[in-house]
Design a protein around this ligand. Sequence first.
Ligand SMILES: [Fe+2]
Length: 182
Amino acid sequence: MTQQQNKFNIDQLVDELKTAALSADAKAQVKSILEQIVKDPGWVAKSIPDYADDDVILFEDDLISIWHCRFPINLSVPAHDHQMVATIAVYQGAERNVLWTRNDSGAIEEKTELTVNAGDVLQLGPDAIHSVRSTDDIDSCAIHVYLGRLSTVKRSLFDTENGVVLPFDDANYQRLVCAEPA
Ligand SMILES: [Fe+2]
């Protein structure tokens, strides 16, 4: 069942994504569902719940993790991987991505920059490494969908200034995260 055009319902979206995760074509289905949802970003923004926390896990099992992510103004999320397909659908503000790659010697190099504006969907492969900066005028809000159990998978943070790879844990994240204006 698809969303009724006159009323966005987050619970219905979660159900649709859970069903998509069971499909052999999950990656494409998740992207298609999210593209339909955020093509009218204002519709999502005015009807989605006002979550108290910046990161809210709406659903998670071994097949899919569905998060609502709010990045406060000028937040810089340090470079990290996901170890699974990630699909990012922004409905307010923008997520300004830097995509990184590791060269043959293991060093971390900037590959490209890519801004995901409200209304856009970005899909990243399991090996992708990105850092994210929010906008400077409004909190950036998005639905993030991962094809696996994100909260417990072993993944990495990247100290790109010093070329160091670290386990993704709270201590390393807090050390690298930055909320200062660029
Ligand atoms: Fe990410």
